[in-house]
Write a protein that binds this ligand. Structure first.
Ligand SMILES: [Zn+2]
Ligand SMILES: [Zn+2]
Length: 334
């Protein structure tokens, strides 16, 4: 099969493209695994960080892609959870040890020996992938393949970020950056009765936010029209941390959603942290986060703004993501 792989990490629009195609054998599922024939795979900012070298590769020439929607086409030995023909989702969290102090206390997102799809293991930028059956998700029928793909990381991680941001009932939420993850998270918050303010430089993203029902949309580091109980930073831009902290009301929380953030400038204690403001990070997710989010997404009828790309244009999709040319979430289709 033809698989995309990260060769030499570097700028996606540089002279030497980091994402190249490679001929690979179709993978065989091992014990407890299933093989998935891929029908759609979301393009996540993490794929871009991996291609550009912001995230160090954990395996040479890995196939990225961790928002995989496909159909089970072969069961590995002893695999019983799924049947051939089932539509399933393959997410970022591919494996946890089950025995470390974090796994045994319900915090498998902090596992000391985790494996991730499209980083440690080959992912969905290829016609076939394999997954440990215990880490795949059933997908609500209300979402087609392209709509379901961004739910699997953008949606789930955004949901965890919202939990980490401690949004009170009917609270005021600020969202910094408005792409694939943020536009899904905003809808969950709105369904919970929050008043949402969006800060993003893209005017198209501001329009999308307003269409989804947010109270205001302004520039990337604009001051929201009222103090915030909670904020989530989706843009991987550390210079936005001080203005986002300054926008919090007393006792408010800022959660940083991404796996990568450029350096944070120095903070001023009085202006940014005093009055019991908190700064939180978000690390991966538990399977429970994923199950909860997918059920909630179906219940509230989340609208997915997806931009499809033929799979042979995965490199173009990453360039478009790099330059904020995707309004919503990019999805590779097979
Ligand atoms: Zn563990
Ligand atoms: Zn992701």
């Amino acid at each position: 099969m033809q698989a995309w792989v990260v060769d030499q990490p570097g700028p996606v629009d540089g002279r030497r493209a980091p994402l190249v195609r490679d001929e690979r054998p179709v993978p065989e599922p091992g014990p407890g695994e299933v093989r998935v024939r891929v029908r759609a795979c979301g393009v996540c900012r993490t794929d871009l960080h991996l291609a550009e070298g912001d995230l160090l590769p954990r395996r040479p020439r890995v196939t990225p892609g961790h928002e995989v929607v496909g159909v089970v086409d072969r069961l590995g030995p002893g695999s019983t959870r799924w049947s051939e023909g089932d539509r399933i989702g393959v997410p970022w969290l591919a494996h946890t040890c089950g025995t470390c102090r974090f796994c045994v206390s319900g915090r498998e997102n902090l596992c000391l020996r985790p494996r991730f799809t499209g980083w440690d293991l080959d992912g969905g930028y290829a016609p076939y992938t394999v997954v440990d059956e215990a880490y795949a998700y059933a997908l609500p029928d209300v979402f087609d393949d392209v709509e379901a793909a961004p739910l699997l990381c953008a949606g789930i991680i955004g949901y965890r970020a919202l939990l980490r941001a401690n949004l009170p009932e009917g609270g005021r939420l600020g969202i910094y950056g408005f792409g694939g993850s943020a536009h899904l998270t905003a809808q969950v918050a709105l369904a919970q009765g929050a008043r949402v303010h969006v800060m993003t430089r893209s005017t198209e993203a501001q329009q999308l936010a307003l269409q989804l029902g947010v109270a205001s949309a302004g520039g990337a580091d604009a001051t929201p029209p009222e103090p915030l109980d909670s904020a989530i930073l989706f843009a991987p831009v550390g210079t936005l941390v001080p203005p986002a902290l300054a926008a919090l009301d007393r006792g408010g929380t800022l959660a940083v959603a991404g796996i990568y953030l450029s350096d944070i400038p120095s903070l001023n204690y009085q202006e940014h942290l005093f009055e019991e403001r908190s700064l939180q990070s978000v690390t991966a997710n538990t399977r429970r986060d994923g199950e909860e989010f997918l059920a909630e997404a179906a219940r509230i009828g989340i609208r997915v703004s997806a931009v499809p790309y033929p799979v042979d244009q995965a490199d173009v999709a990453l360039q478009d993501l790099r330059h904020d040319r995707i309004n919503g979430a990019g999805v590779l289709v097979f």
